[in-house]
Design a protein around this ligand. Structure first.
Ligand code: DAH
Length: 332
């Protein structure tokens, strides 16, 4: 019996040594040490032996068992080390290697989207404007026709800044306040787009981030109609996504536009996706920007820029854009 065990140990040692993947090793460990293994069977057979034979065999059995455990665990350590170094090698970034521009950086996918949108609207005759990320309550809400205490303010989970009178300073929750700044700073007509970073107290998930990007559009001129708005968004949809895309407007509510609509696009497979909001600029908003609503009318729109990047590239988790994993970003 002892020589059988010794022979089994030799064979097992050879088998363990020839395994080079962790799953197979796990299976072999079960085969060598589990319920139906040679050593377990042998332990069961001990009861049928003479007492002095039982002692010798029992002792050798323990030694063989311990040796098998040691062999398996040693092999596991070796294989894990190999696996780790393979991963490290695969993820290695050689920062000294710049030949053939292979490792040169490129613009982030959000920046690419931002610049494409600017190019597209500039091509349609718009100018690009920007406003501050830290805003006052008036530009973010008041001037946009959200009176103090208006429930529509709750549509935005606002992050306030500890500055001045409590509630008076905030991180802008949308790019719409830049509409007011554009009107304050110039004379109509206006054909402007306003891309930028916005902030809301949201928990990050696959469709939300506390910091994200929007692009706002504002057109103010004489005789601007809802048809101009629909036509502009349709032209944008085809230019940005391609001629097999189309758009529609659905009635909605925003305090700063009247009438207001949601702007959806239809993909070539027939499915619809909501992109943002739009509408005819409310007369009070024109007045707040110093523009006479008797003489001028206009439309506005605003949508999520990151969302466009996701859609265009078929990315399904917004958080991926901001993890800064070069293996991910390098694809775009
Ligand atoms: N500011 C809105 C938001 O963040 C989006 C929006 C809706 C902008 C309608 C507009 C508009 O200019 O007309 O939810």
């Amino acid at each position: 019996m002892i020589s059988n065990l010794d022979h089994h140990l030799d064979e097992a040692a050879r088998a363990v040594g020839s395994i080079d993947d962790l799953d197979a090793l796990r299976a072999l460990g079960v085969e060598l040490l589990g319920k139906t293994s040679v050593v377990t069977e042998a332990r069961r057979a001990l009861g049928g032996l003479d007492p002095d034979q039982r002692k010798d065999v029992g002792q050798r059995l323990n030694e063989v068992r311990n040796e098998l455990e040691r062999l398996v665990s040693e092999r596991r350590t070796t294989l894990e080390a190999v696996a780790r170094s393979v991963t490290l090698e695969a993820e290695r970034l050689d920062l000294t290697e710049l030949d053939g521009n292979k490792r040169l950086g490129h613009r982030h996918v959000v920046t690419q989207t931002w610049e494409r949108l600017e190019d597209l609207f500039v091509g349609m005759g718009y100018t690009v404007a920007e406003g501050p990320e830290i805003e006052d309550e008036w530009h973010n809400f008041g001037a946009l026709n959200f009176p103090l205490g208006h429930p529509a303010r709750d549509m935005y989970d606002t992050l306030y800044v500890d500055h001045g009178v409590p509630g008076s300073t905030l991180l802008r929750t949308h790019t719409s306040p830049v509409q007011i700044r554009v009107m304050e700073d110039g004379e109509p007509p206006f054909y402007s787009i306003m891309p930028g970073r916005v902030f809301r107290s949201d928990t990050a998930d696959s469709t939300h981030m506390p910091v994200f990007h929007q692009i706002e559009g504002l057109v103010v001129d004489r005789g601007i109609t809802f048809g101009d708005l629909a036509g502009t968004l349709e032209a944008f949809t085809r230019a940005y996504f391609g001629h097999d895309f189309t758009s529609r407007l659905r009635p909605s509510y925003f305090p700063f536009t009247e009438p207001s609509a949601e702007f959806d696009i239809q993909r070539p497979d027939g499915t619809w996706l909501e992109l943002g909001g739009c509408g005819m600029v409310h007369p009070s908003v024109l007045s707040a920007g110093g523009v006479d609503p008797e003489e001028w009318s206009g439309f506005a729109f605003g949508f999520g820029l990151d969302r466009l990047a996701l859609m265009r590239h078929g990315i399904d988790d917004l958080r991926e854009l901001f993890r800064n994993d070069l293996r991910f970003l390098g694809q775009f």
